[in-house]
Design a protein around this ligand. Sequence first.
Ligand code: NAD
Ligand code: ZN
Length: 351
Amino acid sequence: EKITLSLGENSYDILLESGCLDRAGELLNLNRKVLVVTDSGVPAEYADTVAFSALAAEIVRIPRGEASKNFDHFHLLLRRMLEFGMGRGDCVAAVGGGVVGDLAGFAAACYMRGIDFYNIPTTVLSQVDSSIGGKTAIDLDGFKNIVGAFHQPRRVLVDPRTLSTLPRRQVANGLAEAVKMALCFDAEGFARYETADMDKELSSLSAGQPVPMLERVILDALRTKKNVVEQDEKEHGLRRVLNFGHTLGHGIESLHEENGLLHGECVALGMLPMCSSAVRERLLPVLERLGLPVTCSADPERVMQAVVHDKKLYAGKVHTIFVDEVGSFTERDLSPEELKSLYQQYFFASQ
Ligand code: NAD
Ligand code: ZN
């Protein structure tokens, strides 16, 4: 399946195809110097496959984890590009999850004011979300994605086969973002999560067997993200809807050192108080069947502190997205008190 993002001269294709990683040499222009960026948690053969197909390649393997998305590794990549003698016509290829993609993409955006970038996402989260749309960034002083640039890739290769090695918790974590997109934009897509036997599908995945439903929901999410990005490349409006679940989600995530939750898991929790009860009744079993959390004990006071800290308040209000009906959304500006009470009512009063 080929999805084309039409963004004028920044247009590019996303190829969703089982086994496409093995065809990187024909699908990407690697007939030049290629800096292949990956991390220590990604099976080495994925990056090797890309490097072997290149005219000349250097592989940089950063330590796994969000902490690597920092200035030191950004510096390291730029220095390696310089030492490798890369010029304007050469390229960077990311092989890994969102951490690798965001960091490598930002380095590609900055080196010589921007060189070609290919993304080969290998987590569900990066396949459905972070590899599309051209947002690149690193973290600084505890602020996530605070330094970055828009730099669209030249092509994205989504190979579901690479997911067979991904831990199940990471699979569900990424699907939380896909469920988010379906809830806001795609009622038909959401229904697939209700009818599909995701459990069976996830077992097939780790056994290396075909996963038609998983591929289907990845495709749904890619199409949704394509439409949103095409309408709002630089996030002036519509693209903000993708922050559904992220306002409270970020607040919960700020306490991750205590609760151990991953980003997508926090988004799953953050969506629940922002739905009508009818929508929530459908969302709950979907999240539960994926193995995502549905209860949260994070202290409301501290969650709200983090929300107010990282969301800019507009006239004392927080911009939030609500889903009153599956497949559509509404925007509401809430005071921090109103948001806190929604959170409290849902997680602390209803049980
Ligand atoms: P990640 O990149 O840290 O990957 C998760 C873990 O899975 C890592 O330990 C990694 O080593 C491992 N891994 C990756 N591929 C694997 C595979 N095929 N088999 C086995 N293990 C594998 O996390 P993520 O969830 O992919 O991405 C999170 C990042 O994405 C965050 O930094 C977030 O800010 C960013 N993000 C960016 C955007 C955007 O638009 N640019 C959107 C959403 C999130
Ligand atoms: Zn997210």
